[in-house]
Design a protein around this ligand. Structure first.
Ligand SMILES: NC(=O)C1=CN([C@@H]2O[C@H](COP(=O)(O)OP(=O)(O)OC[C@H]3O[C@@H](n4cnc5c(N)ncnc54)[C@H](OP(=O)(O)O)[C@@H]3O)[C@@H](O)[C@H]2O)[C@@H](O)CC1
Ligand SMILES: [K+]
Length: 539
């Protein structure tokens, strides 16, 4: 697991490092600028071979300060650099001001015709023609409000005459993107236009984003990936370790983790007989609807549960039994029978929802929850939960809810409405905030699906399994893929994984299996691909 930082956490870390006396803000800014230049040459080695032209757009804060460092370093390599400053040089923060002055002292000119936006637009167009890179150092973690007219003009300057910029390098965060939520502030108008044109929802959608120390939450959530292009993280000497031992301990509460590969030791099966690895019960729907539960059962078995049983209604027994081998079957026609079946304490994890039927789920739910087993509530069980009179009262800490956006809205309408509101100031309400609030209210782990799957638990623990950038898995958008995920979580909980850990691990494996299989994937392929993923992990 690596941490994903909020803007406030990043500021705290920087301030602690500066306060420790081991580094100055100016040194950090120099390393940040160097990091960007390095990343540019790593990304486009041909640019390191000779001198080129760059346009650097600097803002009124320290992000702009990084821009002045980049401009100076490129000029030292013989590049022609045009710098635009949005803001008053007299009001720049101290470190940015020093770098503004260094740029000037070296003979660098600063265009400041932003006040007359029309002129700036013309100037930009003129200078961008022939530039090999454009650097966006307007705003980073200090963005507090929408870009407003500045963005309108950039939109015209970038898009209309010169066409989209093919190498737009963003410093820390694309300007306008909230670092905590991955949402663009005040861009609804452009979102509509860009959707119609099939382009990114902002003029400042980057080709390459270079961030410092750690990725920020906003890089992986919501519009973050489409805005950042590719994210490269550069170390600026803030890493924990002997150099700055205090840094880790001051990290504020509310950390968000990036789900990483599970340790092979945790996923590998230890010694023992089948019951040592748990017994999962997956409740099946009526005939014609049993496929979803069979997919979940197969996934639970492949992920290592010792035994898996499908609780099947009598009328579907022929359909189910014709299609299973290692998976067992027991007849469960009514909620009372389920309660009887669950008197066998070896059945230690349950899954209800896939293909189950909303009405039936409503009847079974009280019995399922009264059993207090590790339980995954998915699909129809979530719809039934949203309609139930008791609401979340019967949920317990060993439950995992796995809503997609539509199900989340039904379960938590007010939270979903808050998340849907167009953001007007930073930091904006995020999917992390929404999932944390939902988990607290439900009193159990919530896995809110999407390319940016967020997993939160009532104790505040939160993780993001981002299937974006190099981990994009568009083939997962296929019928039955959610059933497999529910089965994976159930199987891992049967093996004794705690709910949050099971949800994280399952979400990670789900994406890896899809990526390993690749194009043409259908849900049946996911469980069958797991052995390959495990072998690659060394499990
Ligand atoms: N700290 C460090 O040691 C290091 C920091 N580093 C770099 O610094 C960046 C963070 O710097 P930062 O905190 O100065 O914030 P930044 O994003 O430059 O903007 C703040 C300014 O913009 C203004 N403003 C905001 N929104 C606006 C809008 N829509 N339209 C107009 N104005 C707006 C805001 O005004 P205010 O809200 O205060 O009125 C304020 O004046 C970080 O991303 C990284 O690149 C690296 O060098 C490593 C070392
Ligand atoms: K930026």
């Amino acid at each position: 697991m690596t941490e994903l930082l909020t803007s406030a956490q990043m500021r705290t870390i920087e301030q602690a490092a500066i306060a420790s006396g081991k580094v100055t803000g100016l040194e950090l800014m120099e390393r940040a600028g160097q990091g960007v230049v390095e990343a540019v040459f790593e990304e486009w080695p041909e640019l390191a071979q000779s001198s080129h032209k760059a346009v650097v757009l600097c803002g009124p804060g320290n992000n702009g300060g990084d821009g002045f460092v980049i401009a100076r370093l490129l000029r030292q390599r013989g590049w022609a650099v045009e710098v635009f400053l949005y803001g008053d040089p007299a009001k720049l923060p101290p470190d940015a001001k020093v770098n503004y002055e260094r740029w000037g002292a070296g003979g660098g000119h600063v265009h400041r015709d932003w006040e007359t936006i029309y002129k700036a637009e013309q100037a930009l167009r003129l200078h961008m023609l022939g530039a090999s890179i454009t650097v966006d150092a307007l705003f980073g973690t200090g963005l507090t409000r929408p870009l407003g007219t500045l963005h309108n003009e950039l939109w015209h300057a970038f898009d209309l005459d010169t066409g989209p910029i093919h190498r737009l390098v963003s410093v820390d965060l694309p300007s306008g993107l909230c670092g905590d939520s991955g949402r663009l502030l005040g861009m609804e108008k452009f979102a509509v236009q860009s959707e119609a044109k099939g382009v990114a929802p902002s003029a400042l959608a980057a080709t390459l984003t270079v961030t410092f120390h750690c990725r920020k939450v906003g890089h992986v959530l919501a519009q973050g990936p489409i805005m950042c292009g590719k994210v490269v993280t550069k170390d600026i000497g803030l890493s924990s370790g002997p150099k700055l031992p205090s840094v880790v301990t001051i990290l504020p509460k509310g950390c968000v983790f990036d789900v990483q590969a599970p340790f092979s030791g945790c996923i590998a099966k230890g010694t023992g007989h089948k019951y040592t690895h748990g017994h999962a019960l997956i409740l099946s729907g009526l005939s014609g609807k049993t496929g979803a539960a069979r997919l979940a059962a197969r996934a639970a078995l492949r992920v290592g549960a010792g035994l898996v049983t499908l609780g099947t209604p009598h009328e579907a027994v022929t359909e189910v039994s014709a299609q299973i081998t290692a998976i067992m079957l027991t007849e469960i026609d009514a909620p009372e029978i389920l309660t009887r079946v669950l008197s066998d304490k070896r059945l230690n994890a349950l899954c209800i929802g896939p293909g189950f039927g909303v009405e039936r789920a409503g009847e079974f739910l009280p019995h399922v929850l009264a059993a207090k087993r590790a339980t995954v509530l998915d699909a129809d069980a979530l719809a039934a939960l949203a309609e139930s009179e008791t609401g979340f009262a019967d949920l317990h800490e060993n439950c995992v809810l796995t809503p997609h956006a539509g199900e989340f809205k039904r379960l938590f309408p007010d939270i979903a409405a808050k998340l849907a509101e167009p953001p007007t100031k930073g930091p904006a309400y995020s999917k992390v905030d929404a999932t944390r609030e939902a988990a607290k209210r439900a009193g159990c782990t919530v896995l809110f699906k999407g390319p940016d799957t967020v997993i939160a638990s009532p104790n505040g623990r939160c993780s993001i399994n981002a299937a974006v950038y190099e981990r994009a898995a568009p083939w997962l958008a296929t019928a039955g893929s959610g059933d497999v995920l529910a089965g994976l979580i159930t199987g891992l909980m049967a093996r004794g994984f705690a709910p949050h850990h099971a949800a994280e691990t399952a979400a990670w494996l789900h994406v890896e299996a899809a990526r390993s299989f690749g194009p043409g994937l259908i849900a049946e392929d996911l469980p069958e691909e797991l052995p390959k993923v495990f072998r690659a992990l060394g499990a």
